[in-house]
Design a protein around this ligand. Sequence first.
Ligand SMILES: [Fe+2]
Ligand SMILES: [Fe+2]
Length: 138
Amino acid sequence: MTHQATQTDIETIDRDHQRFHTLIDQIQAGVDGGLGAAGIARCQQRLLVFLDGHIAFENRLMREIGYPIAFTHIEEHAAFRDRVSTVLAEAGKTVSGANIAKLLKKIHDHHTKYFDSVLCYYLTDKYALEAVENGLGI
Ligand SMILES: [Fe+2]
Ligand SMILES: [Fe+2]
């Protein structure tokens, strides 16, 4: 199986990340298709609400499993969210939708590659260990 650096192999998380890319594509289409300020604002809002939900999910998950480097990842989420909203604020101004989308995906994929992947490796190991402890085998 080919493995992309931005793919974590935890289905729920990968699905959310894919959804994030789809929402970015909608912003690009909106900006480049002349959707208008109100429509673009709705797309921006949708992306931020989704991102906040995803971040809250990951933060809760890390606390619940006692993830040893949760603090670093949670702190990075705040910086990541700030970067996304800074770029989003440019959507609908002079920058093209394609450039906005490229930048948002870059910011997102960087976070996924260096933070979410590590979390998911930890999760996979943890579940494998629990399965062995519970006599389920792996
Ligand atoms: Fe994350
Ligand atoms: Fe994530």
